[in-house]
Design a protein around this ligand. Structure first.
Ligand code: G
Ligand code: G
Ligand code: MN
Ligand code: NA
Length: 249
């Protein structure tokens, strides 16, 4: 397949890969507290290809490790440019399941002299429900070193609640689909239930995909810690994100 070969060359030359950063704001005081690193592939003829398309392909053909390493390296450079910002990277089950993942992450942080507390790793519920053994060891090793973990797209997996009881994480990110429908009372009730559960477990809560001022106000009053979405900012190229973050503080 052509896309497959194109991805191989994009990864080996690294010239077409980019990392965008989406600002995340705390509800208390509205300050910018972190950035989420999001991989982008700028294909020479097809333009930007979504990670939804190329991440699964990269997993399939064994390139996810290299892409993850590229994103983490870029995130470290951004943390150096913004000394008091936390950065979240997304990690797939394939990466988290690999036995040397924890060591590679810690080596990279050490290389850039970045404190592990400044890195958060987002995994989907599907990743969190996958193969228990290796994944739990990886998370334990990284959390012991200070790295934080978040469950991304929270609420969309079929076993969210039971899983969150077991897995050691620091944060949940409530999926955009629930935020979109918060004007409906049943969806709002679900959001409230997710917030209550996370609170009871002592977890931080981020709402994703906040697009309207009404959603922001509702989430603030429900006690969400952090907000992320187009209302606040789109994902930005690194230079723009650094400028934005410097202005926002
Ligand atoms: O940035 P965008 O909304 O297009 O991202 C689409 C999906 O791709 C999201 O689910 C996001 O978590 C995932 N994604 C973005 N960057 C990365 C990455 O570097 N690694 C992994 N594993 N997933 C990513
Ligand atoms: O699955 P994950 O949460 O990692 O996905 C993050 C993706 O969601 C980013 O690629 C980003 O482009 C997208 N995103 C972030 N905020 C919004 C929003 O307010 N609206 C929409 N439609 N997408 C968003
Ligand atoms: Mn994410
Ligand atoms: Na998400």
């Amino acid at each position: 397949r052509r896309l497959e070969n194109d991805l191989r060359s994009a990864v080996s030359t690294r010239s077409q890969l980019e990392v965008f950063y989406q600002p995340v704001f705390s509800t208390s005081g509205g300050t910018l507290c972190s950035l989420e690193a999001l991989a982008r592939w700028k294909h020479p003829t097809l333009g930007y290809i979504s990670p939804d398309q190329f991440i699964p392909l990269a997993e399939e053909i064994g390139l996810i490790g290299e892409i993850g390493a590229f994103v983490l390296d870029d995130a470290c450079k951004t943390m150096i440019a913004l000394p008091d910002i936390t950065i979240a990277v997304n990690s797939s089950a394939v990466e988290l399941g690999s036995t040397d993942y924890a060591r590679r992450v810690l080596t990279t942080l050490n290389k850039w002299r970045i404190s592990p507390e400044r890195l958060e790793i987002e995994m989907t519920e599907t990743a969190a429900t996958d193969n228990a053994g290796d994944l739990e060891r990886t998370i334990a090793k990284l959390r012991t070193a200070g790295v934080r973990f978040a469950i991304d797209d929270f609420g969309t997996g079929y076993s969210s609640f039971s899983r969150v009881q077991k897995i050691e994480v620091d944060r949940v990110k409530i999926d955009k689909s629930f935020i979109d429908e918060m004007d409906r009372s049943d969806s709002r009730a679900l959001v409230i239930a997710m917030i209550d559960m996370a609170r009871a477990k002592g977890l931080k809560i981020t709402a994703e995909g906040v697009e309207t001022a009404e959603q922001r106000a509702a989430l603030e009053s429900l006690g969400c810690d952090d907000l992320q979405g187009f209302l606040l900012s789109r994902p930005l190229p690194r230079d723009a994100a650094v400028a934005f973050a410097s202005r926002a503080r």
